[in-house]
Ligand binder design. Structure first.
Ligand code: NAD
Length: 344
């Protein structure tokens, strides 16, 4: 059998993230390359096919997506579609025998996440979440400073990730296609940061919905959410996400000092400071490293640091945050099954 030196990635969805971030990032990768496009827009597909020098038979629509099983140039399908389509395309990609990268959130709810895991496990394909920040040196430094208790045990975190969404992304405020509002988009990064800075699983959450300032836009999903995650040792993470303002803070306070990124969740331009000075780190292309790492894991039978369980865990936490906001009660989390994830 021929051993590949680069794995082929097909992008399912040709929206903003796929065309503005992933296609440019793929040009920088060492272990993978663009090998296919899935979209219903023929004009868009032709344009990108030419620009990226793809083969004629590398283009798929949603209806004939399953033909992808017969294309040996495509090893991985990267799902970059609205959230409501993640489960269907992950499952179809698995049944086509392709490895999968899925954008966050993994799906619309925990039940869908389990269905994806079942399909992945039945097909024996590999799976990676599209969690790019795990490959970013500034975020990795936050993990190290927190988990190694460089400034003493972390007692308090402030994690704010919000974007003023305007009207340009209608599916994001449509419950049927997004599953939820900013919590399932930017808020997932706050959940992630709390866990990877502390290096522990939270035990409970409290939450409230932010007041609706734009009822015309936010009819179906929350405009904003403010929540607290509690850890067993008494540490807390105060979090906020919103679709009507811009925030990008990731801050942690230990018993002997503090460390923060601001901005902390962007693709680039991250800036880090600590109570003993600034973080002097070289920026990277997060998406290129993320895709390369997964391709390398597949080729070497290694473990991805962003496995499907991480996506399931984060969806469980998000569902608990929604339940806490709806009930006004503290909701206990039982996440013991996720204790072995690579970040801890
Ligand atoms: P987008 O709206 O720019 O693109 C969505 C794509 O899906 C478009 O090509 C659109 O034509 C296609 N599509 C197919 N059926 C559709 C339908 N019924 N309604 C709307 N679009 C439909 O969105 P995006 O910003 O590229 O987001 C896509 C996915 O990527 C989402 O899951 C999002 O959470 C994720 N994302 C991740 C990051 C990150 O930093 N990791 C950043 C942005 C988006």
């Amino acid at each position: 059998m021929e051993t590949k030196t680069k794995l082929g990635i097909a992008l399912a969805g040709l929206g903003k993230y796929a065309t503005e971030q992933l296609i440019p990032a793929l040009r920088l990768t060492k272990h993978c390359q663009l090998a296919g496009l899935v979209s219903s827009d023929d004009e868009k597909k032709q344009k990108w096919k030419q620009e990226c020098g793809l083969k004629e038979d590398s283009l798929y629509g949603y209806d004939d997506f399953d033909r992808i099983a017969d294309n040996p140039d495509i090893d991985i399908v990267y799902i970059v579609l609205p959230n409501a389509m993640h489960a269907e395309y992950c499952i179809r990609a698995a049944r086509a025998g392709k490895h999968i990268i899925c954008e966050k959130p993994l799906a619309m709810n925990v039940e869908e996440c389990y269905r994806i895991r079942e399909a992945v496990s039945e097909a024996q394909v590999r799976f990676s979440m599209g969690y790019r920040l795990h490959f970013d040196p500034f975020n990795r430094e936050m993990m190290r400073l927190g988990q190694d208790e460089v400034f003493g045990p972390v007692r308090k975190m402030e994690l704010l990730d919000s974007m003023d969404i305007g009207t340009e992304s209608p599916w994001r405020i449509d419950r049927e296609r997004a599953g939820g509002g900013p919590l399932l988009n930017n808020g997932i990064y706050c959940i992630q940061a709390a866990l990877y800075i502390k290096g522990k699983l939270p035990v409970a959450v409290e939450a409230r919905f932010a007041p609706v300032t734009n009822p015309g836009l936010f009819k179906e999903v929350e405009e904003g959410l403010i929540w607290t995650m509690f850890f067993e040792d008494g540490a807390t993470a105060q979090c906020e996400t919103s679709y009507s303002k811009n925030q990008n803070l990731m801050r942690a306070e230990g018993t002997e000092g503090w460390f923060e990124l601001n901005p902390g969740y962007e693709y680039g331009g991250l800036t880090g400071r600590t109570s003993s000075g600034s973080m002097d780190l070289k920026p990277v292309n997060q998406q290129a490293l993320q895709m390369d790492d997964f391709a390398h894991c597949i080729m070497t039978d290694g473990e991805t640091r962003v496995p499907i369980e991480m996506g399931i865990r984060d969806m469980k936490i998000a569902e608990a945050i929604y339940a806490a906001a709806k009930s006004g009660e503290r909701v206990a989390l039982h996440l013991e099954e996720f204790g072995g994830l690579p970040e801890f």
